[in-house]
Design a protein around this ligand. Structure first.
Ligand code: UTP
Length: 461
């Protein structure tokens, strides 16, 4: 079996084989290695294949904007009703991608175990699960919760859910699965050794989810449970409106294969993916791929032409997943120049100070061009999106905490309660609303809440 490394020009990784007690670990890694993909990626480095998209002119795409006119409000209400009905009929699942390494945050453990509740310190995983549980209770439904991890954080994630009693959700409705791993390569297409018995491997990107769905028979599970659509979201926003009925409803009403939620950019240079049309297809391109001129362009309504930023929230139709499989659709690979720790010729581990290798990742938004019908819906940032990406500054635990305080403070005020704010309008009291108490402002007001008596802050649970 190990001769596969030699067959594919990677025999250097077997250098220490004679020193090892057994080749068990190497063999385990082999099971994860797909040499066809590795060789394809090595070819990408040599420019033997096309890059991840064919350059063209980006044009704006149709977006369902935030409802303002009576007609828009009526359409929105219809979408909510359709979405709620689908959920109530057990046709909707939640799909969380949590296989990333979270290197920017630098937290030891899966990012989902990061504490974010301003008073309770509830973790991202707990908040996400409670939101799904609350929706199940509201609509008397079962919402299967699929969680993608990588090899690196699978066990920690499963153990975390187990040791917390799955946060009160029926354990048979939480399904964990692993995405694939790929070896980073040096400029000559050679793999790295991270120890004498291990080839360096890293997760294959959130787009690897599509392959993982088939490989792990998750698509079968979705079909067996009779699901029609999946609410896809990323792990890092404590505000995410999981299984938002409006988003699911609009997706259904538009008969879409794949849908995207967007927010209007805070400024033209905000680092969000840009959604638009290119060569007649819906695409998301990274902020680096839009020229400054395009970033600053303004339309006849005085808004940024490419003002809608993609926030990594989608709805997928199960039929689209099936078609991707049937038609053997492959997403392209994005290449990132990274620092890869490696064993040098003396067998010592080196942590390079400058990038020395290339990682290969697939991005889920590259599935858009394959969708026959796409729906794009704008959401209010404060209700959905405050990602934790960095240790400090923008998109950090600090900003996510303030955004939660501001949102829950606004709910309190809408319910006639008073909350303290600073001169910038930021809520200075500690406020937290459990998803099991209310999922949105309307549900909060309906509860007719009274000011809780608490030393620590205002906790509604
Ligand atoms: P990010 O792009 O923020 O990447 O992932 P990351 O790996 O978590 O963080 P950095 O860049 O190392 O700091 C966005 C979402 O996609 C998931 C992440 O868990 C997060 O929910 N993801 C990312 C995967 O599930 N698998 C991957 O291979 C990469």
């Amino acid at each position: 079996m190990l001769n596969q490394f030699s067959e594919h020009g990677q025999e250097h990784v077997l250098k220490y084989l004679s020193e090892l007690d057994d080749n068990q670990i190497f063999t385990e890694r082999l099971e994860d290695l797909d040499f066809d993909i590795v060789n394809y990626c090595a070819g990408l480095l040599k420019n033997q294949h096309e890059g991840h998209y064919t350059p063209g002119t980006l044009n704006p795409t149709d977006v369902i904007e935030l409802p303002e006119t009576p007609q828009q409000v009526e359409e929105y209400d219809t979408a909510v009703a359709v979405g709620e009905k689908l959920i109530a009929n057990n046709k909707v699942g939640a799909l969380l991608v949590a296989g990333g390494q979270g290197t920017r945050l630098g937290f030891d453990g899966p990012k989902g175990t990061f504490p974010v509740g301003p008073i309770t310190g509830k973790t991202l995983f707990q908040l996400h699960t409670e939101k799904i549980l609350a929706r199940e209770k509201q609509l008397n439904a079962v919402i299967p919760f699929y969680i993608m991890t990588s090899e690196l954080n699978y066990q920690d994630t499963v153990d975390f859910f187990k040791s917390n009693g799955f946060f009160g959700k029926d354990a048979s409705t939480i399904i964990f699965f692993k995405q694939g791993m790929l070896p980073p390569l040096d400029e000559n297409g050679k793999m790295f050794l991270e120890s004498k018995d291990r080839v360096a491997m890293s997760p294959d990107g959130h787009g690897g989810m599509l392959r993982a769905l088939f490989k792990n028979k998750i698509l079968d599970d979705m079909q067996n449970r009779g699901l029609k659509s999946l609410y896809y979201f990323q792990v890092d926003s404590p505000l995410v409106n999981v299984c938002d009925p409006a988003f699911i409803g609009y997706h259904e009403l538009n008969n879409a294969d794949m849908s995207a939620k967007t927010v209007y950019k805070n400024d033209p240079f905000e680092k969000l993916g840009n959604i638009g049309e290119m060569n007649g297809k819906t695409v998301v391109i990274e902020y680096t791929e839009l020229s400054d001129e395009e970033k600053l362009a303004v339309n006849d309504k005085g808004k940024l032409t490419f003002g809608q930023g993609s926030i990594g929230m989608h709805v997928f139709s199960v039929d689209f997943f099936q078609r991707i499989h049937d038609e053997k659709i492959q997403l392209p690979y994005h290449i990132a120049h990274k620092k890869i720790p490696y064993l040098n010729d003396s067998g010592e581990l080196v942590n390079p100070e400058t990038p020395n290798g290339f990682k290969f990742e697939q991005f889920i938004f590259d599935a858009f061009p394959f969708a026959k019908k796409v729906m794009v819906m704008e959401t209010e940032r404060k209700n959905d999106f405050s990602p934790i990406k960095n240790k400090t500054g923008v998109d950090s635990p600090e900003t996510a905490k303030q955004d939660q305080l501001n949102l829950y403070g606004e709910w309190m005020e809408s319910a006639g309660l008073t909350v303290n704010k600073d001169s910038d309008g930021n809520v200075t009291d500690l406020v937290e609303v459990s998803p099991l108490y209310a999922l949105n402002k309307e549900q909060f007001i309906e509860k007719k809440p009274e000011l809780p008596n608490s030393q620590k802050g205002y906790l509604f649970e």
